[in-house]
Design a binder for this molecule. Structure first.
Ligand code: BOM
Length: 141
């Protein structure tokens, strides 16, 4: 659900500042990670892909090949309140997007395409949070 996704995003987003330097993601491109879900934020910069790789590695959510670690992602999402209602869906949506962009060899460029696809599909499924929902839980993390 969107409520659970707001918790996952609030927690995951905490790793952004640690990853700014190595990813090259400037505040001009993305000020705070919650804007990932904003209707007028376009997921297009390869630096955001680099940042997502760096952030995912802080929580062991990716494998060596910069693809999702299915079991760890499932457990990570389940660790949030009501997480079990979202975890399988989230892994399914991300993996489906990974398959679509599997031919892009450069990791940051591929991951940003996967992330944009995930946002699109999560929105279609009605599980994309509003930025205000993330703001409401961000203080918990
Ligand atoms: O093959 C790449 C796998 C990683 C894709 C991750 C897409 C989603 C990242 C951005 C969205 C964040 C929202 C919540 C936390 C997800 C861990």
């Amino acid at each position: 659900t969107a409520e659970v996704m707001s918790h996952v995003t609030a927690h995951f987003g905490k790793a952004l500042e640690e990853c700014r330097q190595e990813s090259g993601l400037t505040e001009e491109i993305m000020e705070e990670f919650k804007h990932f879900w904003s209707d007028d934020f376009e997921i297009v910069h390869r630096e955001l892909g680099c940042a997502i790789i760096c952030m995912s590695n802080k929580f062991s959510l990716m494998q060596e090949d910069s693809r999702m670690h299915h079991q760890n992602m499932n457990e990570y999402v389940k660790s949030f309140p009501n997480g079990e209602v979202l975890s399988a869906k989230m892994v399914e949506l991300i993996h489906n997007c990974e398959k679509i962009y599997d031919d892009i060899e450069e990791d940051c460029s591929r991951v940003v395409k996967v992330a944009a696809c995930f946002k699109r599909d999560a929105t279609k499924e009605g599980i994309a949070p509003e930025v205000a929902m993330i703001e409401a839980v961000i203080e918990k993390y």
